[in-house]
Write a protein that binds this ligand. Structure first.
Ligand code: PGA
Length: 251
């Protein structure tokens, strides 16, 4: 039997000032303090990482970032390195979110560099993959995912991949209120787990956490989490409110 502890992660995207972020995190910590069935993580914007850490430090809520740059330091105006993230108290980092791919030129190749940099720095990468509506309609879902994981994980050793988390986020389900059905999610999660088994090992496939993301809400999380290959959720809109997000964490 797999012993995967679910991960419920909140992606706050470009929302919340420092004080708003602190208040939400502070409230969330109280609401989920007895949650033991899942790990909880929140990823505020960069500006709120250090203040949110002050609220979550020593609690069961982990801190994640939404992006990173792979160079250690240098003349890269506007970018943030892994050691900068570590210095705020970050333990996780979301990489390759579809919004970054769509609006900020993120590619499978840059995702690969970022995943490697995260692993090298001891940060847990949450690598996002997912197909567009057109790709699904054209029956290209699995070939798109195959390319995303193949390039995204290229050169990553079995040892490097030990902490990896994959988030399956169908683009058509993000922020649209249109969730993948539990059957659609399960089918893709199984495919990804088998991909890991084929390309890494059965043990890693058994241990790796594959999150579902895309309009996860308190009223659909239970059915999704009941699927054998769904090991958690990456939550956008519904993670902004501490009450709502804590209900999801208590699925
Ligand atoms: P959503 O976003 O929950 O608002 O659909 C999910 C995500 O983008 O990670």
């Amino acid at each position: 039997m797999p012993t995967r502890k679910p991960l419920i992660a909140g992606n706050w995207k470009m929302y919340k000032t420092v004080s708003e972020a602190f208040e939400t995190a502070d409230k969330l910590v109280q609401l989920v303090k007895d949650v033991d069935q899942a790990e909880v993580m929140i990823a505020p914007p960069f500006t709120a990482l250090a203040p949110v850490f002050a609220a979550v430090q020593g609690t069961n809520v982990a801190l994640g970032a939404q992006n990173l740059y792979w160079e250690a330091e240098g003349a890269y105006t506007g970018e943030i390195s892994t050691s900068m993230l570590r210095s705020t108290g970050c333990t996780h980092v979301i990489i390759g979110h579809s919004e970054r791919r769509q609006y900020f030129g993120e590619t499978d190749e840059s995702v690969n560099k970022k995943v490697k940099a995260a692993v090298a720095a001891g940060l847990i990468p949450v690598m996002c993959v997912g197909e567009s509506e057109q790709e699904r309609d054209d029956n290209k879902t699995f070939s798109v995912l195959d390319k995303q994981v193949k390039i995204g994980l290229e050169g990553l050793s079995l040892e490097d991949a030990a902490t990896l988390v994959i988030a399956y986020e169908p683009i058509w389900a993000i922020g649209t209120g249109k969730t993948a059905t539990k059957e659609q999610a399960q089918e893709v999660h199984r495919y990804l787990r088998e991909w890991i088994e084929k390309n890494y090992s059965a043990d890693l496939a058994d241990a790796i956490r594959i999150l579902y993301g895309g309009s996860v809400k308190p009223d659909n999380v239970t059915a999704l989490m009941a699927q054998p290959d769904v090991d958690g959720a990456l939550v956008g809109g519904a993670s902004l409110d501490a009450d709502t997000f804590s209900q999801i964490a208590k699925f």
